[in-house]
Write a new protein. Structure first.
Length: 353
């Protein structure tokens, strides 16, 4: 990887490498764009195979957060942090050291909970910095509202694809049954969907089978099922050259971040195969909507109104993509970048005044 060239191409403002010996910590904070406001992005703790993989994840996720906030009309920029560690090696001392790195940015970066970071971990980080959200977990934390946004996004894709809002009788394959995946399954079940599910944890699949009558399949079988909708709700990079030929679903709409392994190549291949893709950072924006509203003073009605806008935003993106003959990913980026450019123009006018 050519580090500076990659950062320049992706448009990042700042990359911070966090290293400490006592306690031992290796972390990366990536700030993509702060035109709309301070960079918001959760912290992920993961045993990456190498530092390059960690950096790539931070760069892609932080850029996605910029587009996510812009498409959701949230006055925040995009950032992301990754801590390179095995969850079993996580300590309070490590988390507090990380909190001091966040504090050093003086509010330029605001973080919260992601993979392998618990609400208690967030409270530990908060001992060193106030630039953290999700501590109080109002509305039950980000998972329920994220799942609601994904559910609305699925309905939006169904309306655009088949001109109906009814999900009853449709077959949906859900990959990944964490907190978001579980809540999504409940929404789908309550709307008469036939569920097919997979997860690397068999206890989770048994729970969803018992709760919602789902059909459990092996993780490697989930891609090739004869279903209407495929909903990835686990890790990213799963829409790729190996899986696309297997996919029979006509819609891909799920909560996972960075679903397309290669945005340009695989976005185009989905078009060629006649599959409607709901851009991940648009459909899963419920999380950032939730934590942003916690930060400014939680108003449940306002937060849920913003989540409901995901439905109309996706319809607009699908329409742009269809009219202009581009991928839905490119259409969502154009929408986000228009809003970012407008914000920059306003800031420049205010500075010049």
């Amino acid at each position: 990887m050519q580090l500076f060239e990659t950062v320049r191409e992706m448009g990042h403002e700042q990359i911070l490498y966090c290293h400490g010996k006592n306690p031992d910590i290796r972390a990366i904070i990536a700030i993509h764009d702060t035109s709309l406001g301070p960079a918001m992005g959760a912290t992920r703790l993961y045993p990456y195979i190498n530092e390059e993989a960690a950096l790539k994840d931070a760069l892609r996720l932080s850029r996605g957060m910029t587009y996510k906030a812009a498409c959701a009309n949230i006055p925040a920029g995009g950032g992301k942090a990754v801590i390179i560690a095995n969850p079993t090696d996580k300590t309070d001392e490590m988390l507090r050291a990380y909190g001091r790195f966040v504090e050093s940015l003086k509010g330029r970066f605001i973080t919260g909970q992601d993979v392998n970071i618990t609400p208690q971990d967030v409270r530990t980080i908060q001992q060193e910095t106030n630039h953290v959200v999700g501590v109080e977990e109002k509305s039950g934390g980000p998972a329920p509202i994220t799942a609601l946004g994904v559910f609305l996004g699925i309905k939006s894709a169904v309306e655009f694809r088949w001109q109906t809002q009814r999900l009853e009788g449709m077959r949906v394959a859900v990959q990944g049954l964490g907190n978001v995946g579980k809540h999504l399954c409940q929404h789908l079940y309550e709307n008469g969907v036939q569920l097919f599910v997979s997860d690397i944890n068999p206890e989770k699949t048994v729970e969803i089978k018992n709760l919602f009558g789902a059909t459990v399949v092996e993780p490697e079988e989930i891609y090739g099922l004869d279903v209407d909708i495929f909903s990835p709700c686990a890790m990213g990079g799963i829409i790729n050259s190996q899986t696309i030929p297997q996919i029979q679903a006509k819609i891909i709409a799920g909560a996972a971040n960075n679903q397309l392994e290669n945005e340009r190549l695989h976005g185009q291949r989905l078009i060629e195969k006649g599959i409607l893709y709901s851009p991940d950072y648009v459909i899963n924006a419920g999380g950032i909507i939730n934590v942003y509203n916690e930060m400014i003073g939680y108003d449940e009605d306002k937060a849920f109104k913003q989540v409901n806008n995901i439905y109309d935003t996706l319809l607009k993106i699908f329409g742009i993509a269809y009219q202009q003959g581009i991928t839905t990913n490119d259409a969502s980026k154009r929408l986000a970048e228009e809003r970012i450019l407008q914000a920059r123009a306003i800031k420049n006018q205010q500075l010049a005044a």
